[in-house]
Design a protein around this ligand. Structure first.
Ligand SMILES: Cc1cc2nc3c(=O)[nH]c(=O)nc-3n(C[C@H](O)[C@H](O)[C@H](O)COP(=O)(O)OP(=O)(O)OC[C@H]3O[C@@H](n4cnc5c(N)ncnc54)[C@H](O)[C@@H]3O)c2cc1C
Ligand code: SF4
Length: 322
C-alpha cells in the first residue's frame, strides 16, 4: 500500500483508525474504549526511514519503531535526550512494536478513562470527570481544566517538545507541518480532542532541526519503580553556556502536564542569566506559579522543582542541586 492509498482508504470511513504497532490501540479496542469502524494497517508503508535533512537536522519516519529510533547512532550522538526518553518508556518488547506516530497519538493512562463505570469527559464528552474528586496521584498540575486533568503519558514527546520538532502530516487537503509544541491540545472544554490532527490525516514524520549543543542533553524520569512505569515527573533538558552565563536552554517536563510540557517561562527566566542553583529554583518556580494541584498530587511541585534543579545543575556543573 502507498501513502496515497492509505489516505484514500481513510477517507472512505467516518470512524477509521490507522494501525501502527497496535500497542495502545488494540488495548483500547479490547476494553471497548475505542471502537473504530475500520482499521488501516500502515505498518507496510515506506515511513520507517531515519534520514539526514539538508539543513543538518534529522527526519524520523512515523513508522520507525521506538527501538530503532533510540538505537540510531545519529540520535544517540546528537540528540541523546530523545534516545534516553524512549528507553525510559514501556518495555523492550513494546518499544520493538511501537511506532513514532503511535507514540505521539497514544492516549492518557488516567485510570478513570479506562474504567467504563467511571464518568470521563474524554471518553464521553459532557459526562463529567471522576478524577477531579478521585485518586489524583498520577494526574496533571499544569494545563488542566475543569473538564479534564489527565497527564499526557509519553516520554518521547517530552524530548520532542524540548527539541522544537515539527510534525509532518498529510491528508485529503494535502501536506502540512505542525510545530510539535502545538500538536497536542490543552483539554479546555473538549478533552476528547487531543491533537491538531484532522480526521483522516496521517503522520508522515517528525522533523528535528539541527541543535549542535543538544549533544550533551539529558532526559531524566522519576517514577514509582525503575522500569515499566509512567512518569511522576520527567525532565528533558539541554543547555548552552558561555562565560558562566546561560546562552540558551531547552526544558520540557513530563508527568505534570495535560500535554508534553515545554517550560517556556522557565527558559525565559534562564536565558542570559548567570548559572546558579538559586536561579534554577527561581526559574522552575516561575514555570509552576500557575500550577493547580489536587488531593494527591501536590508533591509533584516539589518533585518537579528538585528534578529540574538536579538535571540542569548537572548539565551546568553546579553540583549541590539535589
Ligand atoms: C504496558 C505499557 C507501558 C507503557 N509505558 C510507556 C511509558 O512508560 N512511556 C511511554 O512514552 N509510553 C509508554 N507506553 C505507550 C507506548 O509507547 C505506546 O503504546 C506506543 O508508543 C504506541 O505506538 P503504536 O505504534 O503501538 O501505536 P498504535 O497502538 O498502533 O496506535 C496508537 C494511536 O496512534 C494512531 N496512529 C499510529 N500511527 C499513526 C500515524 N502515522 N498517523 C496518524 N495516527 C497514527 C492510531 O490510529 C492510534 O490512534 C506503554 C504502553 C504499554 C502497553
Ligand atoms: S481526568 Fe480526563 S481522562 Fe481522566 S476521568 Fe477526567 S476527563 Fe477522563
Amino acid at each position: 500500500m502507498s501513502v496515497q492509498a492509505a489516505v484514500a482508504a481513510a477517507e472512505q470511513t467516518h470512524d477509521m483508525k490507522f494501525l501502527g504497532g497496535g500497542t495502545n490501540l488494540v488495548d483500547l479496542m479490547r476494553e471497548q474504549i475505542e471502537q473504530p469502524d475500520a482499521l488501516v494497517d500502515i505498518t507496510g508503508l515506506p515511513l520507517s526511514e531515519i534520514a539526514a535533512r539538508t539543513d543538518g537536522g534529522l527526519s524520523i519516519g512515523a513508522g520507525a519503531r521506538n527501538t530503532a529510533v533510540a538505537a540510531h547512532p545519529a540520535i544517540r550522538a546528537r540528540y541523546p535526550m530523545l534516545s534516553e526518553a524512549i528507553l525510559c518508556g514501556a518495555s523492550a518488547q513494546i518499544r520493538n512494536m511501537a511506532t513514532v506516530g503511535g507514540n505521539l497519538m497514544q492516549r492518557t493512562r488516567c485510570m478513570y478513562f479506562y474504567d467504563q463505570a467511571s464518568r470521563c469527559n474524554k471518553r464521553q464528552p459532557g459526562r463529567g470527570c471522576d478524577a477531579l474528586e478521585g485518586f489524583t496521584r498520577m494526574h496533571a498540575i499544569v494545563g488542566t481544566s475543569d473538564a479534564c486533568i489527565a497527564t499526557h503519558p509519553s516520554d518521547m514527546c517530552v524530548a520532542l517538545a524540548a527539541l522544537d520538532a515539527t510534525v509532518r502530516v498529510t491528508g485529503a487537503a494535502g501536506e502540512r507541518s505542525i510545530p510539535f509544541t502545538e500538536f497536542h491540545r490543552l483539554p479546555g472544554n473538549t478533552p476528547h480532542l487531543e491533537t491538531d490532527l484532522r480526521a483522516g490525516e496521517l503522520i508522515l514524520s517528525v522533523e528535528l532541526p539541527p541543535l549542535d549543543w543538544a549533544t550533551t542533553s539529558v532526559y531524566r524520569k522519576v517514577r514509582d519503580r525503575s522500569s515499566y512505569a509512567f512518569a511522576l515527573v520527567s525532565v528533558a533538558a539541554a543547555v548552552l553556556v558561555g562565560d558562566g552565563r546561560i546562552e540558551d536552554v531547552r526544558l520540557a517536563l513530563g508527568g505534570v502536564g495535560t500535554k508534553p510540557w515545554r517550560a517556556f517561562e522557565a527558559e525565559r527566566q534562564l536565558q542570559g542569566a548567570r548559572a546558579s542553583v538559586d536561579r534554577l529554583r527561581f526559574a522552575i518556580d516561575a514555570e509552576l506559579a500557575g500550577a493547580r494541584t489536587f488531593a494527591h498530587n501536590h508533591f509533584k511541585i516539589e518533585l518537579a522543582r528538585r528534578t529540574v534543579v538536579s538535571v540542569l545543575g548537572d548539565l551546568l556543573g553546579l553540583g549541590g542541586g539535589r
